[in-house]
Design a protein around this ligand. Structure first.
Ligand SMILES: [Zn+2]
Length: 88
């Protein structure tokens, strides 16, 4: 899991703007994962309507704008690797 302080450190190092693309405010809230062993992900779906299980997916860090509720996601695996390689 990536916490908000770690994400802020990543943003600062990478010079990522933290403003919401919809409302411009910076009041992001990390979307809590369902539990300590589970993370959010973007799941794939088949265009023909058939299900694939397990479906290929991309684990993400999900944030919600505290003002307009826009969702923002980052691929979590490369950020976790960056955090491991760039400990403070
Ligand atoms: Zn917003």
């Amino acid at each position: 899991m990536v916490n908000l302080a770690e994400l802020e450190r990543f943003y600062k190092f990478k010079n990522i703007q933290s403003g919401c693309p919809t409302c411009g405010r910076s009041s992001w809230v990390l979307a809590d994962a369902p539990d300590a062993q589970t993370t959010w992900s973007l799941a794939s779906v088949r265009e023909d309507g058939n299900a694939v299980f397990p479906s290929p997916s991309v684990p993400v860090i999900a944030m919600v704008c505290g003002h307009c509720f826009t969702l923002r996601t980052h691929a979590s695996l490369p950020i976790r690797e960056w955090l491991k390689a760039n400990r403070t």
